[in-house]
Design a protein. Structure first.
Ligand SMILES: [Zn+2]
Length: 249
C-alpha cells in the first residue's frame, strides 16, 4: 500500500529506546511521514529527523496546550522563517479547549493561533491544526483566511466536517477510526478527496504505542466504511497528502 502518515511525533521520548528501528520500518513501508513540531526543542528535533531521512518531512509549530508555560512564540516564529524552505507546513498550532479552560489562556491561545495563521498566509505554507473541543471557534477564526488547512485528528461533528470540506479544508483521519464511532461517522460523511491519514503517534492506538505504518489499518477500516478497495483508499489519501505538502511520490 502507498501510505503517508501526515501527523506523527517520532521525536517523542516513547521512541528513545528503538527510534532507529521504528524509522527503518517506516522507510520500508511508508511513502512519507510528516513529523509535527510542538515547541522549540521538538521543532529542532523534527528538523533533524527530516534532515537525516528523505521520507520524513517536518512541520514546525506551537502546541496550544503548552500556552501557560511556554513563552517562546517569538523564537518559534524565527525557526519557521529561518527554515521556510525546509519545512512542508506550520503545525501543530491551534486551540485546545479540553486542556485549557480559563478565558485568559484561551484568549492568549487565540492571539498566538492568529499570529501563526498570518505567518502561514505570508509564507504560503499549509497549516496543521489542533482543534480539540474548539472546532467551532477554529472554523470562525479561519473564515476568510487564504491558507491551506488540515484539521488534524478532527473530532468535531460530521456537520462541521462537511462545512470544512466545503471550504476546501482537509480532514486528518487518525487511527481513532479503528475504535471511535464519531470518527467513523466523519469518514462516512467526508469524501475521500478530502481525507488524509495520520496516527498522531505515539498516541491514539487503543492504549498501545502507535507507529506510522498503522495508517494501513486505517485504510482498511475506511475501505469497509466507504465500500472502496483499501488500496484505493491508500492511493487517494496519499495523493491528497502529496498535493498539500508538495511531497514527491
Ligand atoms: Zn500531534
Amino acid at each position: 500500500m502507498q501510505l503517508v502518515d501526515t501527523h506523527a511525533h517520532l521525536d517523542f521520548d516513547q521512541y528513545d529506546g528503538d527510534r532507529g528501528s521504528v524509522i527503518e520500518r517506516c522507510r520500508e513501508e511508508m511513502v512519507a511521514v510528516v513529523n509535527s513540531g510542538t515547541n522549540v526543542e521538538r521543532n529542532e528535533a523534527s528538523l533533524e529527523l527530516a534532515e537525516e531521512n528523505d521520507f520524513i518531512q517536518a512541520t514546525l509549530g506551537f502546541h496550544p496546550t503548552y500556552i501557560k508555560e511556554d513563552k517562546s512564540v517569538d523564537r518559534i516564529e524565527e525557526q519557521i522563517r529561518d527554515n521556510e524552505d525546509r519545512i512542508v507546513g506550520i503545525g501543530e498550532i491551534g486551540l485546545d479547549y479540553h486542556h485549557v479552560q480559563e478565558d485568559k489562556w484561551r484568549e492568549e491561545q487565540e492571539e498566538i493561533f492568529i499570529r501563526f495563521l498570518e505567518l502561514a498566509e505570508e509564507l504560503q505554507l499549509p497549516v496543521v491544526l489542533h482543534t480539540r473541543d474548539a472546532e467551532k471557534r477554529v472554523m470562525e477564526i479561519l473564515e476568510g483566511k487564504d491558507v491551506e488547512v488540515i484539521l488534524h485528528t478532527f473530532n468535531g461533528s460530521p456537520e462541521l466536517a462537511e462545512a470544512a470540506v466545503e471550504r476546501g479544508y482537509t480532514i486528518g483521519v487518525s487511527t481513532q477510526v479503528l475504535y471511535s464511532n464519531r470518527v467513523q461517522d466523519i469518514v462516512e460523511t467526508v469524501p475521500l478527496d478530502s481525507i488524509v491519514l495520520e496516527t498522531d503517534a505515539p498516541f491514539l492506538y487503543q492504549g498501545d504505542r502507535n507507529a506510522p505504518w498503522n495508517v494501513g489499518e486505517s485504510a482498511e477500516k475506511i475501505s469497509e466504511i466507504k465500500g472502496e478497495g483499501a488500496e484505493d483508499v491508500a492511493k487517494a489519501t496519499t495523493e491528497n497528502a502529496s498535493e498539500i505538502f508538495g511531497l514527491e511520490p
